[in-house]
Design a protein around this ligand. Structure first.
Ligand code: PLP
Length: 235
């Protein structure tokens, strides 16, 4: 067993426990392993331990890793872009990734749709929502999410799957749950309007229990699987 094997086991256990606690079925929450800043070897180890879905923040870094791991096809590895997407990077995302969680503007969505290769299934997309109104944060404002979701849902090259949030760190479990619950309410409201979403992407290493408690369907976990990252660099 490698360290990554051990860590993955532990994270799966945490998700399982959190589902128990929330009285949700064990399979209700999927795990996205966030491999940003870690090399292709680390991803290969996690894949060997049964992990299939990986998240990358920096697009060029992700594209390089996708190329280095192109042999992992059976079963297929799945790549999620979870970092900021500038206009000049949409083509790389549309061509190489399976999902984008960080769509917060119609213009970016339109480019992704146009640039999605015809021989691939539509790109799965989540709208990033600035759920707690953090001043420097990406994401559509919650009150604008409905209009954006309708517009994005109509684009032929995309399949709108849900919403993604990155709330500010919360001081305790209850306040973390309160913010995540707002995202869940928005998710439910979008579905009540007929948008047919299946993915509420929220919860990271520090707050996955609170996210699962509040109805997350996909947690994005990096450091608990791969270890501490070097200090952040810009995207
Ligand atoms: C880095 C990152 C994560 C994972 O964070 P950890 O705290 O390492 O689990 C999840 N989501 C996004 C958008 C990230 O940038």
């Amino acid at each position: 067993m490698t360290m990554i094997d051990d860590n993955l086991q532990w994270v799966r256990e945490r998700i399982w426990q959190a589902c128990q606690q929330a009285r949700r079925p064990a399979g209700a929450v999927s795990l996205l392993a966030v491999s940003k800043t870690f090399g292709a070897d680390a991803v290969r180890q996690a894949y060997a331990a049964g992990q299939r879905a990986f998240g990358e923040n920096y697009i060029q870094e992700g594209v390089d890793k996708i190329a280095a791991l192109a042999d992992l096809r059976d079963p297929a590895i799945e790549w999620h872009c979870i970092g900021p997407i500038q206009s000049n990077k949409t083509r790389l995302v549309a061509i190489h990734f399976d999902w984008a969680h960080s769509v917060d503007r119609l213009k970016i969505a339109q480019r992704l749709s146009e640039q999605r290769p015809a021989d691939k299934p539509p790109l799965s997309v989540c709208l990033q929502v600035n759920i707690d109104g953090g001043p420097n944060k990406a994401g559509v404002a919650p009150q604008e999410a409905m209009a954006l979701a309708r517009a994005v849902g109509a684009l032929p090259g995309l399949r709108l799957r849900g919403i993604m949030t990155i709330p500010e760190p919360a001081p305790d479990f209850a306040s973390a749950c309160a913010v995540h619950a707002q995202a869940r309410e928005l998710f439910d409201a979008l579905n009540a309007a007929g948008l047919g979403l299946d993915t509420l992407s929220m919860g990271m290493t520090a707050d996955l229990e609170a996210a699962v408690q509040s109805g997350s369907t996909m947690v994005r976990v990096g450091s608990a699987i791969f270890g501490a990252r070097a200090p952040l660099r810009s995207a």
